[in-house]
Write a protein that binds this ligand. Sequence first.
Ligand code: MSP
Length: 496
Amino acid sequence: MRYLTTPIYYVNDVPHIGNAYTTVTADALARWHRLCGEETFFLTGTDEHGLKVQQAAEANGVTPKEWADRTVVRFREIWDLLNISNDDFIRTTEPRHYAAVKEVLQRCYDNGDIYLGHYEGLYSVADEAYVTPDEVPELERQGRKVIEMKEENYFFKLSKYEQPLLDWYESHSGFVQPTIRRNEALGFIRQGLRDFSISRTSIDWGIPLPWDASHVTYVWFDALTNYLTAAGFPDDEARFGDMWPAVHMIGKDILRFHCIYWPAMLMSAGIEPPTSVLVHGFLTVGGEKMSKTALNQIAPADLVADFGVDGYRYHFLRDQPFGPDGAFSYEGMVARYNADLANNLGNLLSRVATVVGTKCGGVGPAPDPNSALGEKATVALDAATTAWGRVAPSIALEETWRLIGAANSHLENHEPWKMEPGADLERIMGDALEVLRIVAILAYPAIPASSDTIWERIGLAGSPGDARLPGATQWGGYPGGLPVVKGDALFPRIKA
Ligand code: MSP
């Protein structure tokens, strides 16, 4: 995978575990592909124009740009905290982005796909979207303000792209994943597509249209283009040629923009649509989508304080299958953490380090080339590879943890802590160390810092992140003769 993106988040919102779900999942996917030897460029950023930001800035008595500069920090900090390995962080207020938006607009305009008209209707500020009267009751129930709008707008001829989009979907079966979301997008297209407004005159916080500076670009047209900007569009053709098309990861709330508007805009501008759009469901809290009005937003930092960064990352990757909605609960998080991290993985590491310390003089022995665990490691690699390939981190981790479970059972069956030092004991400990080495690599996309710690404690140099699959997990890679260190509990148990 050459280029993977997250949505760019509204800069004035406070990051919550829903936004972080997308970013952590995309981060893990990027890390997996890098382990597979692919040069994966990973992008995230913030969406800084539009009415939402303008209103927030006004309410705080500062300019929109000052407001964005102040609030963007919250996103940068949270991604640092969560060990997100993005290669770039794009802000739509950057000059490089203005150039890209203007170029896309101009191309669509020159192609005859943009015309002047009037918009009269309703607009949801929270969603930065034009809405229909039948959508209003639900929006109001969620506390999302709907306003009347009447203004001269430029429109994009989305209707012209109905058939080209259907053809694109037909010839690119993996364009939207999973299939349930692909069908949802196809359903929208088949209902018939209406042209959409791409400019505003009643606000000025945005990018002026190249041919009519009295209009600013509609925030979604502006925001979607960020994916091109960060790939070097329009000036760096060589880079853009190498990077594009991208893979986008998004939540289901913005499916229509990414799976319909965006490919149509790109077709109009003569640019290839994305390789695929990976769409996940919502995290719900107490049965509701998280929102400011429902007052049920959870800050990632609060959970990190209790579970650690890797405890946090692991939970959402393992417990919230990619695709459907999933309910978050603190109790569930404690249970999962204790079972998988404190007991299963944490125990394996501490048992191995203890026995090697007391019975092997602190020097890790080499594994048995014919160990039955070797076969289990191959199965884990194959299953994890398939699962990551279809964007199913929860299954990839489940399969990886099966290998940890097998190593723990192996120890329980042989009870090396009761054995005399000697060749038999060394073989068993070597096998367990080899499983730890392999698991450090396979689990690295989810728990990178803990994988580094495991690696170091079993005496290996460098980082499991530098390993390359599939070769690196071949049974027998742990050389033996390395110092093994006990250290503190990797994942201290949490009291429920
Ligand atoms: N700025 C637009 C996106 C522009 S992309 C060109 C936007 N921003 S947002 O801040 O509202 O972020 C929306 C995204 O955050 C969702 O698509 C999803 O990825 C994530 N989530 C927000 N709430 C979520 C949940 N409750 N659960 C899971 N993900 C959620 O829309």
